[in-house]
Design a binder for this molecule. Structure first.
Ligand code: SAH
Ligand code: SF4
Ligand code: F3S
Length: 463
């Protein structure tokens, strides 16, 4: 019998499936961190799990449907395990849990546990209750106490690899009329500088060379600094840039209203801050921006872009768009297309408007027909794709520093990222993993680049 057979048998299998934004990906990792000391080890397969967590997203309609169909499928695994005399705790977490906790409990009686994004630090207590009364007790936990959560989280498990995410801010006070986030995540909350720096150091010690600071409204960050005063995002970026062995810093997602000059200037002054920014605008029409309660007009957005490009001329811009918001006319949509033509994004995401229960826009009149939404989405995505390819093609012939973050599934290539966040595949020795090397770009596609290591690094390659 192998020496560790006992420990392996003692281990409980934890399966987590994650939908939604990076914040949810981060939360799923932290849930695993919390459960590890209780004997739970993450498994990639749901079969035979002792605990299953579906970490859900509520941002658009289909996401909720997906959760319920996934629950149906997973239920069979639970039934099978129970038929064999086992147990499987089934939990729904994340933003659907927060918004529709009671409804899930009603519609899916086999779900044992529902908890929102701000209560997962209480998982040990919830589990203790459940395991004592499996099949009889059910729990819904959907408080919105962000401070308490960050205060009680255990240390980061440190195995994120070369590119890591670090949550610095949560929640949102902006209340765009289409959006569920202020309701599912609660109000804006920033972690302290000390907490963030400690977590960054732990990530770097375990191999992170790039850290992306996460927040629903990351540039509204106002965490307590070492001096007891409130620090803004550029100040914490400056602080993190001092950490040796950290090569790159990014942040996402930002709101135009919080794009202060000091943050724009950080793109000029801090070398480690990458020339890439995801700055959603949602629409190019002033009328629709007002109906969305975005609290800014298109000209303000153009001014920010202009200032950014002055500070960092090569900055790659990304954005989010919603088409078919109630009342969006052909002219309003044309204004969006015009904004996109002027900004020329390096990449952007676009969605059909989806009414969300409980949000003000869900009660608005003048709905846009589904076929019109489909048409507009196709036109917008066509334009964005053109620009994305053009941005990528413009890189051909340039030499860019690439940070290699993982091996490529196919053959001898490494996967890396350029400063502009483009994915790139390069033939290189595994010794370059976790390092930056200059790459001469020789190919450009819609979603990635190819290139060769510059001569100097080729020596390393053959070593
Ligand atoms: N905090 C970020 C975005 C959060 S949600 C911001 O302020 O921009 C991510 C994206 O989903 C949004 O930018 C928006 O484009 C899209 N989205 C949010 N609610 C939506 C809805 N009801 N219908 C369609 N798309 C939506
Ligand atoms: Fe949602 Fe608007 Fe807040 Fe972004 S800023 S999370 S879109 S309410
Ligand atoms: Fe979705 Fe919640 Fe993120 S609704 S986009 S998982 S904040």
């Amino acid at each position: 019998m192998p020496k560790d057979a006992n420990t392996a048998a003692d281990k409980k299998k934890l399966f987590i499936k994650t939908w939604g934004c990076q914040m949810n990906v981060y939360d799923s990792r932290r849930m695993a961190d919390i459960l590890r000391p209780f004997g739970y080890a993450v498994s990639e397969e749901p079969e035979d799990a002792d605990m299953m967590i579906l970490n859900t997203c509520h941002i658009r309609e289909k996401a909720t449907d997906k959760v319920f169909s996934e629950l149906g499928r997973m239920r069979r695994l639970k039934d099978k395990k129970e038929a064999e005399g086992g147990t499987m705790i089934m939990a729904v977490a994340g933003c659907v849990a927060q918004a529709e906790g009671e409804y899930i409990m009603e519609r899916a009686p086999y779900v044992d546990l529902v908890f929102g994004p701000q209560t997962y630090h209480e998982l040990p207590e919830m589990l203790a209750k459940l395991t004592g009364a499996y099949g009889t007790e059910r729990i819904v936990s959907t408080e919105l106490d962000t401070e308490n959560k960050f205060d009680s989280l255990p240390e980061e498990s440190n195995d994120q690899g070369v590119t890591a995410f670090l949550s610095v801010q949560e929640g949102c006070d902006k209340f765009c009329t289409f959006c569920v986030v202020p309701y599912t995540r609660g109000g804006e909350y920033s972690r302290t500088v000390q907490q963030i720096v400690d977590e960054a150091k732990a990530l770097i010690d375990s191999g992170a060379r790039e850290i992306t600071l996460l927040g629903q409204n990351v540039n509204a960050f106002h965490g307590e600094g070492y001096d007891g005063k409130s620090w803004n995002l550029p100040k914490i970026i400056e602080e993190l840039a001092k950490l040796n062995d950290l090569d790159r810093i990014r942040y996402t997602t930002s709101h135009p209203r919080d794009m202060e000059m000091s943050l724009i200037e950080a793109h000029r002054d801090i070398d480690k801050l990458m020339p890439y920014l995801h700055l959603p605008v949602q629409s190019g029409s002033n009328k629709i921006l007002k109906a969305m309660n975005r609290k800014h007009e298109r000209d303000m957005y153009f001014k920010i872009i202009e200032d950014l490009r002055k500070a960092r001329p090569d900055i790659a811009l990304s954005g989010d768009f919603i088409v078919g918001f109630p009342g969006e006319s052909d002219q309003d949509f044309e204004d969006t297309m015009d904004l996109v033509r002027q900004v020329k994004y390096a990449s952007a995401y676009s969605f059909k408007y989806s009414p969300r229960p409980g949000t003000p826009a869900a009660n608005m009149a003048n709905l846009v027909r589904e076929d019109v939404k489909t048409e507009r989405l196709a036109a917008l995505q066509g334009l964005i794709n053109e620009h994305q390819l053009e941005f990528n093609k413009n890189c051909i012939g340039k030499t860019l520093p690439v940070l290699f973050d993982r091996t490529d599934k196919k053959g001898d290539k490494l996967h890396g990222r350029t400063p502009y966040n483009q994915a790139i595949h390069v033939t290189a020795s595994e010794r370059l993993m976790g390092h930056s090397a200059n790459v001469v770009i020789d190919g450009a596609f819609a979603n990635s680049l190819t290139g060769d290591l510059e001569l100097q690094e080729s020596i390393l390659k053959s070593a």
